[in-house]
Design a binder for this molecule. Structure first.
Ligand code: CA
Length: 718
């Protein structure tokens, strides 16, 4: 009997390995017994992005070199998009998602493709995305790969073949609201849960759970209340939230609170942790003049995945005004704090505070700034932050630290249980933010109701805005320089103290996501195209590999046949795609997506081809042109087109075509592209709903003027 049982167990184990992507609850809970795997975005259910592997260590990291690469290019249009996902490795196969919700499955030892999934996504949704058509990851579970497409479909693919098994349409109000999906799904109990993006355009945030096997909807949970005139609160959580919104709330704006980052799931507590996003509009007086807390914006929510009911909530930023979000990755840990063991959940979001909460009850344990912070005067012992009046920009523009780009954004941080430190890819940065008077929600438009000016976008704004930025900082001499400082911070969450920090660049978006390992390592890529290895205990730099491709995503580590690998997605885009940071690798090398893997004794990393210099064609003389019209067009361009096509000339690169240097053919087709949707299949859909023909002519006149200037500059240099 015993022998037969053993045989049966062995057979079951063999079966589970022969089914590709067969992550099960038991396997995932015992992830440390299979340290060579990387079964979910954060590796284990604690999502700490810590690898127990030690073959690559502080003693030999200098020998880390190239193992293989896989070209993870988008097959759609001419535009290269950002790579933000963390790969997953199960039983020798590496799975990763890419732009639009594409999926790559490759042999994790060689990089040889097993299958790829190019979704039949509606490219017009490009226009609905604030921050590029990226995907931040997928889930592998029970032989299936779960991934969401930009245009709102959650899909289950067969992990062995990539064949689509089911798809669910996760969007409500598809025609009237600009929802997109860029976040990863999370498996929790019997369901897979997905959120969405779109708060910049004005949507009501929610997550939806689907049956793992069938894709049937199990429940939906909204993160902010709906218009009470349209129906009562959906559940108890919404009843509580509704009390924090005043009678003059601008329900039409959707209010935001979208869930676009990684969620986490504690299988022992059976709690799904969800981080919610910013408000719509940012200007709180336009959103809710009563100055309510506006639950559950910028909050961590604990939800029972069996029924979709909320167990607790913690709001980080009451009355959100600055595009702050609680969407950064959350890490679960068991810490000793003040001599007591605590089950905690930790987050270091855009607002610059490192939060430690009790993950069983949601009780606030501590919160301390990890960068220079001015939006709050302090957090009381119950965990409620007090908003600083100096950061309220209702009557005049305000300087606020950190910025809407975030002290720490979606790029995942990592926690090393051996050093007890969290490694945060952080940013010291200040902004000037101003009200946009007369805000009213408008379909198809950016609906943030404010103008935020960060140092790095100053060459995009007009002279008046630049003067406002400079004057505001001059009038506040106590404020540090608004110039961006990118840093990697090692932070002790038990004592809320910094252990070390190293600069990772003076660029605008230098530091990618982070991996830490039991080999006393911290590994991070940069937008300048380097993979850098640090000692986890001291921050000493141990290795610096030039890869020539900007890295935003987080690396992972896994082991196959005794060889330890480090792998990462490389490729630039995302929120700063319209204006690449000046240190970005793409100024030197062609930018395209690739998966890069490294091992000890590896080779020199192959660099992408050099970027060819741009040149400006001579602009045509068009009869409608006038200087007055060009001046009119500048503002319309910045407000409508600049969000993607901001860059101008060599000084700034954009992932999107530079409209200041168009070919004669594009000039001839200008109206049919902008109003007629001629290029909609490559992601440029018609703007006929928000631009009149006269507006388009004004934009065109502005572009002709700029192109003439650029062309003359180039001619004079010849
Ligand atoms: Ca946002």
């Amino acid at each position: 009997m015993t022998r037969r049982l053993t045989a049966a167990v062995l057979l079951a184990a063999a079966c589970s390995r022969s089914t590709p992507g067969n992550v099960t609850l038991n396997r995932w809970k015992a992830a440390d017994q299979e340290p060579g795997q990387w079964m979910s975005l954060g590796r284990t259910w604690k999502a700490d992005r810590f690898s127990p592997l030690t073959k690559i260590s502080d003693a030999n990291a200098g020998q880390l070199g190239f193992a293989w690469e896989y070209e993870a290019r988008s097959h759609r249009g001419r535009v290269e998009h950002g790579q933000e996902s963390t790969p997953i490795v199960v039983d020798g196969v590496l799975y990763a998602s890419g732009p639009w919700g594409s999926v790559f499955a490759v042999d994790a030892r060689t990089g040889k493709e097993k299958w790829r999934h190019d979704p039949d996504v509606d490219a017009s949704y490009n226009r609905r995305a604030c921050c590029d058509v990226v995907s931040r990851g997928l889930s592998v579970w029970g032989g299936k790969v779960y991934v969401a497409t930009l245009d709102g479909f959650l899909k289950a693919l067969d992990a062995g073949s990539g064949k689509e098994l089911w798809r669910a349409d996760t969007f409500m109000d598809r025609d009237s609201r600009f929802y997109t999906i860029t976040g990863p799904p999370q498996v929790a109990g019997k369901v897979v849960v997905i959120g969405n993006s779109g708060a910049e355009f004005g949507v009501r945030g929610y997550i939806t759970a689907y049956d793992l096997e069938t894709g049937k909807q199990a429940w939906r949970f909204f993160t902010v209340p709906g218009d009470p005139a349209k129906g009562p609160p959906e559940n108890d959580a919404m009843k509580v939230a509704a009390k924090t919104w005043g009678p003059k709330t601008d329900w039409e704006s959707g209010l935001g609170g979208t869930v676009w980052g990684e969620m986490t799931y504690d299988p022992d507590l059976n709690l799904l942790y969800v981080g919610t996003g910013n408000s719509t509009p940012y200007s709180g007086w336009n959103r809710d003049p009563s100055r309510g807390d506006n639950l559950y914006l910028v909050s961590i929510l604990a939800i029972n995945p069996d029924d979709g009911q909320m167990k607790w909530h913690y709001q980080e930023v009451p009355w959100e005004l600055w595009d702050f979000t609680a969407t950064a990755n959350m890490i679960l840990a068991d810490l000793t704090i003040d001599g007591k063991p605590r089950k905690v959940i930790m987050q270091a979001p855009k607002d610059g505070i490192y939060y430690v909460l009790d993950r069983v009850t949601g009780q606030f344990i501590s919160g301390k700034p990890f960068v220079f912070v001015t939006w709050t005067d302090g957090i009381d012992s119950m965990g409620r932050a007090h908003v600083s009046e100096t950061a309220v920009y209702q009557k005049k523009p305000a300087i606020v630290f950190p910025t809407e780009a975030g002290a720490h954004n979606w790029q995942p941080m990592a926690f090393n249980p051996k050093t007890g430190l969290t490694y945060i890819p952080a940013r010291e940065q200040g902004m000037v933010i101003a009200d946009v008077p007369g805000y009213k929600w408008t379909k198809g438009r950016d609906n943030v109701g404010s103008a935020g000016m960060l140092g790095f976008i100053l060459d995009l704004v007009g002279p008046a805005d630049r003067k406002l930025f400079d004057d505001t900082f001059k009038a506040n001499p106590k404020m540090p320089s608004p110039a961006t400082k990118e840093v990697l911070i090692a932070w002790d969450p038990a004592t809320q103290k910094e252990k070390w920090r190293v600069p990772t660049g003076n660029g605008d978006w230098a530091g990618g996501g982070v991996l830490t390992t039991a080999g006393n390592l911290v590994i991070q890529g940069t937008s300048s195209g380097h993979l850098i290895v640090y000692r986890a205990d001291s921050g000493e730099k141990l290795q610096d590999i030039t890869v020539g491709t900007a890295i935003m995503a987080a690396p992972i580590s896994y082991e196959i046949e005794g060889e330890q690998y480090v792998a990462v997605l490389a490729g630039f885009g995302g929120a700063v795609a319209p204006v690449y940071p000046k240190e970005m690798a793409g100024y030197t090398w062609q930018n395209y997506g690739r998966i890069l893997a490294f091992k000890l004794g590896g080779a020199k990393t192959p660099l992408p081809p050099l970027r060819s210099p741009q040149h400006t064609p001579e602009p045509p003389s068009l009869a409608f042109y006038s200087d007055t019209l060009a001046a009119q067009g500048e503002g319309i361009f910045l407000g409508t087109c600049g969000v993607c096509h901001g860059a101008r000339g060599e000084a700034r690169l954009s992932a999107y075509p530079d409209l200041h240097r168009l070919t004669p053919e594009t000039h001839a087709a200008f109206d049919s592209i902008v109003l007629g949707g001629k290029l909609k299949t490559s992601g440029m859909s018609s703007f006929g709903d928000v631009l009149k023909p006269a507006d388009v002519q004004a934009i065109h006149a502005y572009l002709l003027r700029e192109q003439r200037t650029l062309w003359q500059e180039e001619q004079s240099k010849r």
